[in-house]
Design a protein around this ligand. Structure first.
Ligand code: BDR
Ligand code: CA
Length: 312
């Protein structure tokens, strides 16, 4: 069993990715670490606990991480995920509690206690916790086997600005620290990887929703995103960014395109802030420093998603 740490700003698509990971018997989740992003960190922690409860598989510790981004103000993504990040369904369950301890310290502790390259980190939100861990103890962070991140526009367009994707844009300074950390490999699963055929279409959404409690939960919490997409795409489509990243991390057979490039992140004060520039033609001549996963095999991705959500 591969050991993983999942860092999340738990909104409605993070929750689906978390269900997938909890039901994956080839991986053991050592802990969840919360960060502000879609919602504030306390809500992200609460949403993670709620998702674990609904899944009912097993209960790794959930630690609270950074509330503030390194430099910019927190913005959130209420339009996409609802005010509580989970579709405003009043999912109130206080039976599980966050664990004592700081997420950044706990990540470092786990890396120290395990063998070199024994742990993968998967991030579903802004990179603030990871950057803080690198700033605190860069050598320990190099013990990580790999970091797989939902982040960047991949080789396509952005979703918060024409060129920037939310997780990178929310804390680009943190992304810069990760990129310059010397950790290898860094794998960004781009926003483009969850679009086109990888999106869930109305028929697939209906099928998942009717398949059982996990399918219903996963689709119900994503109602705000569906509403938004009705305006954008004319029907109930779902772009499942974090599930796409989770699938790329836990089930790499579903990856179609993932290449290594030289990448740089824009931390300027301009409107391009938060853009991950991918030197796909190697015009800079600089050494490649990160993988960009820009396309999934949609069918395999969806089959994996269905298995993890226990869709019959
Ligand atoms: C990313 O931003 C958030 O809205 C989602 O949870 C996902 O992690 C997509 O850009
Ligand atoms: Ca997320």
């Amino acid at each position: 069993m591969r050991k993983i740490i999942i860092d999340t700003d738990c909104g409605s698509d993070d929750a689906v990715a978390i269900v997938m990971a909890l039901n994956d018997q080839n991986h053991e989740i050592l802990m969840f670490t919360g960060v502000s992003g879609n919602v504030r960190v306390d809500q992200a922690v609460f949403n993670t606990l709620t998702t674990m409860k609904v899944t009912g598989a097993y209960y790794p510790p959930v630690y609270r991480g950074c509330d503030e981004m390194l430099k910019r103000d927190w913005a959130g993504a209420h339009e996409e995920h609802g005010n509580d990040g989970m579709g405003d369904l009043d999912l109130v369950d206080y039976s599980l509690k966050a664990s004592e301890g700081d997420a950044v310290e706990k990540i470092l502790e786990a890396l120290r206690q395990h063998g070199d390259k024994e742990i993968d980190i998967i991030t579903l939100g802004p990179l603030t916790n990871i950057a803080k861990a690198i700033l605190t103890d860069p050598e320990t962070m190099k013990r990580v086997n790999r970091i797989v991140m939902m982040g960047s526009s991949g080789l396509g367009e952005g979703n918060v600005t024409p060129t920037a994707e939310f997780n990178i844009w929310q804390d680009a300074e943190a992304c810069k620290i990760v990129l310059e950390s010397g950790i290898d490999p860094l794998i960004f699963v781009g926003w483009d990887a969850c679009l086109a055929e990888a999106m869930l279409n109305p028929e697939e959404i209906r099928m998942i929703k009717e398949s059982g409690p996990l399918g219903k939960f996963s689709m119900d919490i994503n109602q705000p995103l569906m509403r938004l997409n009705r305006e954008r795409f004319g029907d109930d489509y779902l772009d499942m960014a974090d599930p796409a990243a989770m699938a790329a991390a836990l089930y790499p057979e579903c990856i179609e395109i993932c290449d290594k490039y030289y990448c740089e992140v824009d931390v300027s004060d301009r409107e391009t802030y938060g853009t991950l520039y991918v030197d796909s033609e190697n015009r800079s001549g600089k050494e490649a420093n990160a993988y960009i996963c820009s396309k999934l095999k949609a069918q395999l991705f969806k089959e994996y998603l269905y298995r993890q959500l226990k869709v019959k």
